[in-house]
Ligand binder design. Structure first.
Ligand code: CMX
Length: 137
């Protein structure tokens, strides 16, 4: 079902404050910035080998990332796995009784379809499934 780790999401209070560490100290480069209204976040994507670091800044106090920062502070927020068929993967997980935040995919960065698995079903980690847009979309 899972092809690879697509990205790791890291919650930060401010992209502007966090980026110099990731770019100047670690030598990564933010290649894309995007606001995702559906998730109430602004993201910076920094490719790191085959996977990408996604820095997440909340755009609203009721963003899931704002709630995370309030409760747990800055740090790793989720791990995203690339799948070929997100709808089929969600059906399979749902049938097995896995607690899904999204039973049907939503729109994530770069027009990807995304869905989250609740941390209570994944032993404490928030997991994301992501399917890249098809060229004909
Ligand atoms: N990782 C691990 N645990 C987490 C978590 C996270 N990112 N976010 C919340 N939790 C924990 C909470 O601390 C809480 O733990 P306790 O019960 O021990 O206190 C537990 O999960 C359940 O929390 P909850 O009260 O049910 O729900 P929350 O209001 O905290 O929401 C969640 C949790 C996962 C349902 C919500 O954050 C969500 O819907 N996330 C998916 C969407 C999202 O995160 N979008 C932002 C990223 C967008 C992107 O990358 O494109």
């Amino acid at each position: 079902m899972i092809r690879k780790i697509d990205h790791i999401g890291i919650a930060v209070k401010s992209l502007e404050a966090a980026l110099p560490f990731y770019e100047k100290q670690l030598g990564l480069k933010a290649t894309r910035f995007e606001e995702i209204p559906d998730q109430k976040v602004r993201v910076a994507m920094l490719p790191a080998g085959e996977a990408t670091i996604e820095l997440l800044e909340p755009t609203s106090p009721d963003s899931p990332v704002a709630k995370f920062l309030e409760k747990r502070g800055e740090g790793i927020h989720h791990i995203a796995f690339a799948v070929d068929d997100i709808a089929a993967a969600l059906r399979k997980l749902d049938k097995s009784g896995v607690c899904l935040v999204d039973k049907t995919p939503r729109r994530g960065e770069s027009g990807k379809q995304i869905a989250f698995i609740h941390p209570k079903s994944a032993f404490g980690s928030l997991l994301e499934l992501t399917e890249a847009p098809h060229h004909s979309d």
